[in-house]
Structure formats: C-alpha cells, structure tokens
Design a protein around this ligand. Structure first.
Ligand SMILES: N#Cc1c(N)ncnc1-c1cnn(Cc2cccc(F)c2)c1
Length: 298
C-alpha cells in the first residue's frame, strides 16, 4: 500500500491557510503555494487515514478544469510545473510534485459561490424547513436529490472555524461585495457550471452541485482555490441516479459505508480506514480523473 502524504513539511515555511485537506503557503507578496494533501474528510471530520495520490489526482483535476474554462474565466494559476517553482522549494519537491501549484495572490471574495442543479445536502435541509434555498423559493413536493427546474446560485458565508458554511441570500452577497460584483459572481458561477455539468454528463456523471471561490487580481475577477473536484462538488454516477433519497457519493461512498458499519460516534476521534477501503477509494478518485479528463495516467 503506497503511503499517503498527510502533511507537507516545508522547513521554516508554515501554512498561511489550512483547510481540511489542502494547505496554502505564502511565498512572497504576489505568490502562494497551493498544496493538496492526501487527507480525506467525511461527515466534516478529517479521517485518520489518507488516500495515496488523492492530492495529486485532485490537483490534476483542478488543472484540467482551469484549462477547460480558460475561455470563460481567468484563474490564479501561475505554474504547476515543479521545475518552475521558486528554488527555495527545491528540497521539498518530492512532497510537492503533482499535488501543488504556485498561484497569484488574489483579493478573495468572502463568499462561497455554490451552484445547485439537484436538491441535496444543506440545500435539501433548507428546502425541507422553508421551501426555499438561499431565499429562492422552489416548487412544492420536491424529493431529496430531485433535479431542480434550473441550476440555482446558492451562496454561503465562509465560516473559518472549519464548520459548515452558512447559506446566505443574494441580498447578503450584495451587502458583502456590492451589487456589480454580486451579479458578476452569480453570472460566472452559473455559466461555468453549465459548461462543466454538460461535460460531466457527456462522461456519465451528474454534477449535482459545486462550490467556486473567486477573487480579484488587478481588478479582474478570477477563479481560484480548487475547481470542480470531488471535494468541492457532488458527482453522482448517472446510471445509478434514483431521486427520493441520498445518492451514492462517487468518491466517498466506501468511506461513508465503512464509518456507518462501525457505528462511529462522530464526537470520537476520527478512525483510520482499512487498507481495502483506502485502496477502493483511491481507485474511485482515479476513475473520476479518467472519466472527467479522458486521460488514463496522472
Ligand atoms: N486559492 C486561493 C487564494 C489566492 N489565489 N489568493 C489569495 N488567497 C487565496 C485563498 C485563501 N484561502 N483560500 C481558501 C483555502 C483555505 C484553506 C486552504 C486552502 F488551500 C484554500 C484561498
């Protein structure tokens, strides 16, 4: 079993931002190092085991989507070629190769730009409680995982404590970023989603929802963070789609089933995973990469 990289050790460089599974390091005033680890989270907890190559697979997926979308929106990537990284990183290239990118520092909008074409997760919870999601009223009688009449922009406020982001209204976005930026973020989010979901559909996948993070560089809105990865999106196998309940996660179902099989108390420390669950989950990430990119190798 290959070893998973859970933490990067970059000498005196320490993360300037840490997510559950990815870390950002400040290189200088203009550049950041964006690293995707092999950590995996489930039920909002980072598990004790990593998935070998997960970070590399998801980085290559983001790079595929950045290129796929380059005629629609600029992005923050400067290079993902480790040979072009600042020489100060040379001692650490074995940890960084394939799973990291040097990106332009942007002024990030304090909004998670979520778009949903299906009713799932917090959207389903909000709909059950109010008949709406982010203030957008939906038809009555929808079931969990039903396809929505059209994709909807359902923004969330970034909660830095690592908890759930809080769904907010479009008016809240206007308050946070101004009307012009709010309209631009909504338009870009829906436009990108339309293109990506059509591509996913052509590859046998339902892109149920996803989250984008945008920022500005020299006053221009750019697409940042990770993009359309299984960590930032819900991908469902189209041939198994069955509305009326939760859908199998394309990438994390083995993990979820295992955690439920051991009746894990989510207040307890996150458990490690059996080798078989790790191996099968790694295969699912590779399958997502192959399906989405059409490539066989990383
Ligand atoms: N991408 C990007 C980015 C950029 N290009 N310029 C300035 N800031 C960011 C930035 C800051 N936080 N995040 C989210 C985030 C949190 C935790 C870990 C992560 F890897 C990522 C993104």
């Amino acid at each position: 079993m290959q070893t998973a990289l859970l933490e990067t050790r970059l000498g005196s460089l320490s993360p300037t931002a840490r997510g559950k599974v990815r870390d950002i390091y400040s290189l200088n005033e203009e550049e950041l190092l964006f690293v995707a680890t092999d950590r995996i989270s489930a039920f909002d907890h980072v598990l004790g085991s990593g998935i070998p190559d997960k970070g590399r697979i998801l980085t290559q997926l983001s790079l595929f989507w950045f290129d796929f979308l380059k005629d629609t929106v600029r992005n923050h990537v400067l290079t993902a070629d480790a040979a072009k990284f600042p020489s100060t990183l040379n001692p650490y290239l074995d940890q960084l190769e394939g799973r990291s990118m040097v990106v332009r520092r942007a002024q990030m909008f304090p909004v998670e730009c979520v778009v949903r074409a299906y009713l799932s997760g917090s959207g389903w919870k909000d709909y059950q409680a109010t008949g709406a999601v982010c203030g957008i009223a939906l038809p009555a009688g929808l079931r969990e995982s039903d396809r929505l009449p059209e994709p909807i922009f359902t923004p969330a406020a970034k909660i830095n404590t690592g908890g759930h982001d809080e769904n907010i209204s479009f008016e809240d976005v206007i308050t946070a970023v101004g009307a012009d930026n709010a309209r631009a973020l909504r338009r870009l989010t829906l436009e990108i989603f339309e293109k990506a979901s059509k591509h996913a559909e052509s590859r046998g996948l339902i892109l149920a929802d996803t989250k984008f993070e945008f920022g500005t560089i020299d006053g221009e809105i750019i697409l940042a963070d990770e993009v359309l990865t299984p960590d930032s999106s819900r991908y469902w196998p189209a041939d198994a789609y069955s509305p009326g309940g939760p859908q199998p996660s394309f990438d994390k179902q083995y993990v979820r089933d295992y955690l439920e099989s051991i009746r894990w108390n989510k207040q307890a420390p996150a458990p490690s995973l059996p080798d078989e669950v790790v191996a099968r989950t790694r295969e699912k990430y590779l399958e997502a990469f192959r399906l989405i990119t059409g490539r066989t190798g990383l």
